[in-house]
Design a protein around this ligand. Structure first.
Ligand code: MEV
Length: 429
């Protein structure tokens, strides 16, 4: 296919005609795209991105009964994987009856960098670090004033020479961004510091630096929350699937320890955590790519990728399970208020602060992780997963409402698979 020039300048109808003419697509493309456009609010969605043709639907559901730091929440979740909301809901009501989720916010700091190349001696810059910090902070006060009113702002500016790249410096600016995720604020401040940085070098009669780039870092190990649950081991009977409790908790802890030590398992284990976290992050209009990137970097902070959660069993038979994860989230700014469903999610969550949202997302992550590991060490996940997946299979095979009801009944005690469902429908005809 030749390069398409000026595609973004075409009208939506022209874009669709172009695609229909140049790609092997069914001729219902235009109708399907039209069907998913919003009758009243499409202009808003069109403006979120470039070349928007329609909307891509995902289920917006809720997991009720989350008791987090003594407060009740119904947690909105946007996710396509059928078992995630069910698993979160079940774990939430189980833990609500066993003390609930307890969280600690360790810090909410974020950093950004101006990367520069400079030929002078590193010591000279390090000596000027404090003066430079004051100069740059004053230079962007017009950008930080309203954040300062919300108790955010610039916290520190450091010059860090790069050990492995002679002549390359990281000017690290630490920010507190109150209830916003703060990406735009941080990037505006950093870009606003570029000219004043050059001025500072000129005032000090230093050779001019070559500014390479200015950008926030999504590595947020200082924007960290721990969420934990604990109970006497015997309380875990509803999750033990008939196993003796000692055997269940031993298997559970061993599974978590395997994820701490083995990277193959750790990645899948952490994916189960992000099933819950991402669903909340998406529902609240936050940036799930940033959250995932930060979490995976944190999981590898000692040089090996490991589990983000850990489990302890005390000698007196007490079970504890906890998750520590960086979560740079906002409850104001970005899409959090602009997307009508994100705004509704905030309402359902009773207008949380950014710190509260960190606790809620971490609790959803721990709830899903708990459910997944408990299933893996007992029945396996496929039984429950495929039961929930049954309606997807029935829809994909074009089953009628009557066939669906009959299949739901038949598969109550049968193993679900694509083949088994197809055969059931063929026989039922
Ligand atoms: C599936 O989406 C998530 C799990 O694979 C997580 C895990 O293995 O712990 C079940």
């Amino acid at each position: 296919m030749p390069i398409i020039k000026g595609f973004s300048k075409l009208s939506r109808a022209e874009k669709i005609s172009h695609l229909t003419a140049s790609l092997p697509v069914d001729n219902d493309l235009a109708a399907t795209l039209a069907e998913f456009r919003h009758p009243a609010r499409q202009a808003l969605f069109d403006d979120f991105s470039e070349n928007t043709l329609t909307n891509y639907y995902m289920p917006f559901g809720v997991a009720p009964n989350f008791l987090i730091d003594e407060k009740w929440y119904v947690v909105p979740m946007v996710i396509e994987e059928s078992s995630v909301v069910a698993a979160a809901s079940r774990a939430a009501s189980f833990w609500a009856q066993n003390g609930g989720f307890k969280t600690t916010i360790h810090n909410t700091l974020k950093v950004g960098h101006i990367w520069l190349e400079w030929a002078g001696p590193p010591d000279q810059l390090l000596l000027l670090q404090d003066q430079l910090g004051k100069h740059l902070t004053a230079a962007v006060r017009h950008l930080t004033a309203s954040m300062e009113q919300r108790e955010g702002g610039i916290r520190q500016i450091e010059v860090i020479p790069q050990k492995e790249m002679t002549g390359i410096y990281q000017l690290q600016v630490t920010f507190s961004t109150a209830d916003s995720m703060g990406a735009n604020f941080i990037n505006s401040c950093l870009e606003g510091m570029k000219e004043p940085l050059l001025d500072f070098f000129a005032q000090k009669k230093l050779s001019p630096p070559n500014i390479i780039m200015a950008i926030l870092s999504n590595h947020t190990p200082d924007c960290l929350v721990t969420c934990s649950v604990d109970c006497p081991a015997e309380q875990l009977a509803p999750y033990a699937a008939g196993l003796p409790i000692e055997s269940f908790v031993h298997r559970f802890k061993t599974a978590v320890d395997i994820a701490i030590h083995n990277t193959h398992r750790a990645v899948t284990h952490n994916k189960g955590i992000y099933n819950g976290i991402d669903a909340v992050v998406l529902a609240t209009g936050n940036d799930f790519r940033a959250v995932e990137a930060a979490g995976h970097a944190y999981a590898a902070r000692d040089g090996q990728y490991r589990s983000l959660s850990s489990c302890t069993l005390s000698d007196n038979g007490h079970f504890s399970f906890s998750l520590t994860v960086p979560l740079a989230l906002g409850t104001v700014g970005g899409l959090t208020r602009l997307h009508p469903m994100a705004a509704k999610a905030m309402e359902i969550l009773q207008q949380p602060s950014a710190e509260e949202l960190m606790s809620i997302a971490a609790a959803a992550g721990l709830a899903n992780n708990f459910s997944a590991v408990a299933s893996l060490v007992t029945t396996g996940i496929q039984k429950g997963h495929m039961k929930l997946h049954l309606s997807n299979i029935l829809n994909s095979l074009g089953a009628t409402e009557q066939q669906k009801a009959a299949a739901q009944d038949y598969f109550k005690d049968q193993t679900v698979s694509q083949k088994a469902v197809r055969e059931f429908l063929e026989k039922a005809q």
